[in-house]
Ligand binder design. Structure first.
Ligand code: NDP
Length: 306
């Protein structure tokens, strides 16, 4: 079995060592232009040239959950695209989102600035029923996040493409269910994949449909959100603020209004990091399943885009 590793923006040596240790019988090389084609590839943001040089590739293993950037490239005919599903990301996403929601709900930023100013004062406790949380996307990450929020007794709504039944979560689906989902939610958490259908989905209209005093947590992709619409709705008072982990351009450009906006908390695309050891074990397991002709979880539907 020949495997080519082609990852930009990533320290490749530990991936190479880990894959070689897990698959000692395979030939695993770092891709160089003009290298012989491989059977499988492990990639992150590969150049088009890499894919063009792999006519017989059986599968591309993306070392992340989101494949939007990869699917902008021409994928070799007959090649499957497989992503990391969970691999330790779901629990990270759950802790990040719960932290953001609880921090907002409990007004912890306000308490922190009070204490720094030497003020000992209480705020009126808010009730959870006033803070229904809507999770867009109920896949591997969204479902885990929705369940984690429900453990804190927030009313949780979930929205997905196909109908789902999840205990303790009020579910909505498809375009028909979208407006009802938004109207039932005050906090909006985005865990959708970025596809032509979901690009710009958090816009003026969507935000206006949230309950007054809404809050946004975007942990999926920057291009889901229309930046200026969020700022306009925060400035109008309809949206109370946002926690953003992903941006249209990353790193967030100097001078972008999100850097300094007092009601926006920003982090550098770090809510759920790819964990190397877990991911290598998952990729190797999936390659072996594929070799045995078994179905492989996390296989991307190229037509749907996720
Ligand atoms: P999944 O593919 O497992 O789940 C996607 C969910 O979105 C599914 O429930 C799907 O519905 C739903 N969905 C897709 N398209 C639509 C649509 N048009 N309308 C309604 N629902 C839709 O993805 P993951 O949970 O693994 O990951 C989600 C995203 O999180 C990734 O694509 C990536 O962009 C982002 N991410 C961000 C990270 C970060 O560090 N910030 C880290 C990892 C991922 P259905 O179930 O019906 O198919």
């Amino acid at each position: 079995m020949k495997i080519s590793l082609c990852c930009t923006d990533t320290k490749t040596e530990p991936w190479l060592e880990g894959l070689r240790a897990a698959l000692p019988q395979a030939r695993i090389d770092l891709w160089q232009p003009g290298a012989p084609p491989a059977d499988y590839a492990v990639v992150w943001a590969p150049p088009q040239q890499f894919l063009d040089e792999q006519p017989g590739l059986r599968a591309l293993f993306n070392i992340g959950a989101g494949v939007d950037a990869l699917l902008k490239l021409r994928i070799p005919e007959g090649c499957r695209v497989v992503r990391i599903d969970d691999g330790g990301m779901a629990v990270q996403m759950a802790e990040y989102v719960c932290h953001a929601v609880v921090r907002h709900f409990r007004e912890l930023d306000g308490y922190e600035s009070d204490m720094r100013a030497g003020r000992w004062g209480f705020r009126r406790p808010r009730t959870r029923t006033e803070f229904p949380v809507g999770v867009m996307g109920l896949g591997v990450l969204g479902e885990r996040v929705a369940r984690a929020l429900a453990h804190f007794d927030f009313p949780v709504n979930g929205w997905s493409r196909s109908p789902k039944a999840l205990e303790g979560i009020r579910t909505f689906s498809g375009a028909d269910g979208f407006h009802d989902f938004l109207g039932a939610s005050r906090v909006l958490v985005n865990l959708l994949p970025l596809t032509p259908e979901t690009q710009d989905i958090i816009n003026r209209d969507t935000l206006a449909r949230l309950q007054p005093g809404g809050y946004v947590v975007n942990v999926a992709r920057g291009a889901h959100l229309v930046d200026e619409d969020l700022i306009a709705l925060i400035d109008s008072g309809h949206i109370a603020g946002a926690t953003l982990d992903v941006f249209r351009t990353e790193p967030l450009p100097a001078g972008h209004p999100f850097w300094a906006h007092p009601k926006i908390t920003a982090t550098p695309h770090t809510s759920a990091r790819t964990l190397r050891e877990e991911s290598i074990a998952q990729i190797v397991g999936k390659m072996q399943a594929m070799e045995r002709g078994e179905p492989v979880a996390g296989t991307v539907d190229l037509r749907r885009g996720y």
